[in-house]
Design a protein around this ligand. Structure first.
Ligand SMILES: [Zn+2]
Length: 451
């Protein structure tokens, strides 16, 4: 038998309990076929890639993002505002999103993620000034061959109802629930090796009604879906929940039926000790977004403490206008720095950060059987990392620590579903130049800049 692809002579981080110091990994039909040491004979392959001196890891998983925001990256008028100031400053611009700009921003975001070693991403798309925006995102994912977990985000509360966004980007409960069902029935693929899945994701506790939260949880039960939202991200959210619901964000989350193993939440910075224990017990996962949290200056979850309490933690880039980049490697490195800065040098290792970016993200997406590791039978989503020989000079004792400490690391080769999408550090999509030209046009239109 001849396998499709063989990556050889690499240091392979297969999973949290399995590393191969000098070996090969064989790929067949979009799956990991087999793994062996250099001393063992690999199967014959249609194509062989040498990864001598390189680290190979599972593709990283991005468990929280807002891809459309790359149309307003580092937008000067709001770069130094608080979270609520930043949101209210940008909503009027995001009200100008349309199908084409969503397609283009998603295409750019996925390409950037691939270049940073990410092979699966969710996207939390909650601004809907026009219909069909998530359809456009799914088309971008399909055109690239990216493994995409779309989420049907939503907002019902505009400024008139005490919320933050303008009326033009919110929808009624009925519109949201009907479109959620439409997207799930059309695109959600629960089968093994799926390239597109759909989850339900009201934006936050302060932007939708209580009824929408409860009805969304019921819909997730009916269709066996995952649930996602922002939770306990900012002290302003605590004040809002106390004033409007008479309880804390976590108590409200429990009240609307979300404290279950279907749910993963972004941030989770301000829960009490008891609340962390309760949600961990219920099976809820969390996503830390270190760069976004630090740029917005709003605090960050103690990821290792959440993990110690039994809550799986993944990593996310968060919005492309709050983080302004889309590199999961950079998030992993920042998670390591933040964890050690907070809790000391023994609190966290590069392997902990890598585990969050792989196994942790897979847990958030409820997909641990197939992604986030390279055990035989897993999806063939992997990265051969490229690092400067200058930056690595002198690093001879631990390739995983060197990968995260020495950096900056970018993907030399990114493989998704057995297909090479980044080669020699460059994306292979032929339409990328055209996409970037059109993306620039839309970004200038949305930011009211002259063409
Ligand atoms: Zn977010």
């Amino acid at each position: 038998m001849i396998v499709d692809l063989l990556v050889r002579d690499a240091y392979i981080y297969v999973d949290r309990d399995w590393e191969v110091d000098g070996g090969w990994i064989a790929i067949e039909n979009g799956r990991v076929h087999s793994i062996g040491k250099t001393s063992q004979e690999p199967p014959p392959a249609a194509r062989t890639i040498s990864a001598r001196g390189r680290l190979v890891t599972p593709g990283l998983i991005n468990a929280h993002h807002h891809m459309y925001q790359n149309l307003t990256r580092s937008y000067a008028p709001v770069t130094n505002g608080s979270l609520f100031e930043w949101l209210t400053g940008l909503y009027p611009l995001w009200a100008k999103l349309d199908e084409e700009s969503l397609y283009l921003s998603t295409f750019v975001a996925m390409t950037e993620l691939l270049m940073g070693g990410c092979t699966t991403s969710m996207d939390h798309m909650y601004v809907h000034p026009k219909p069909g925006l998530i359809d456009a995102q799914i088309k971008a994912g399909t055109d690239i061959g990216f493994r995409f977990y779309a989420t049907r985000g939503s907002m019902t509360r505009s400024v008139e109802d005490g919320g933050l966004p303008p009326a033009s980007v919110v929808q009624t409960e009925e519109e949201i629930l009907a479109d959620s069902i439409r997207l799930v029935e059309r695109y959600h693929d629960a089968s093994p090796g799926a390239m597109t899945r759909v989850a339900l994701a009201p934006c936050s506790l302060f932007s939708v009604t209580e009824r929408l939260m409860s009805e969304t949880a019921r819909l997730a039960d009916r269709y066996d879906l995952r649930l996602h939202t922002h939770l306990a991200e900012d002290p302003d959210e605590d004040d809002y929940c106390a004033r409007v619901y008479g309880c804390t964000p976590t108590e409200y989350f429990e009240r609307v039926g979300w404290a279950s193993k279907r749910s993963w939440v972004a941030h989770y910075i301000y829960p009490s000790h008891d609340e962390i224990g309760r949600l961990a017990q219920a099976g809820v996962c969390a996503t830390q977004c270190p760069c976004s949290n630090m740029l917005i200056g709003g605090g960050s979850a103690d990821a290792m403490a959440l993990r110690a309490r039994g809550m799986p933690v993944g990593l996310g880039c968060d919005g492309s206008a709050s983080t302004d980049h889309a590199s999961l490697w950079l998030e992993a490195r920042t998670a390591l720095l933040l964890g050690r800065y907070r809790n000391g040098p023994r609190s966290m290792t590069a392997r902990d950060a890598l585990e969050m970016a792989t196994r942790g993200g897979a847990a958030c997406l409820g997909w641990e059987d197939e992604i986030g590791h390279l055990r035989p039978g897993a999806c063939a989503d992997l990265v051969i990392w490229k690092m400067s020989d200058v930056a690595l000079a002198g690093a001879h004792t631990d390739p995983v620590e060197a990968w995260l400490r020495c950096g900056p690391a970018v993907a030399g080769t990114t493989i998704v579903n057995g297909k090479v999408l980044v080669e020699d550090g460059e994306p292979v999509m032929p339409q990328l130049g055209d996409v970037l030209t059109r993306h620039a046009r839309h970004a200038r239109r949305i930011q009211c800049l002259e063409a």
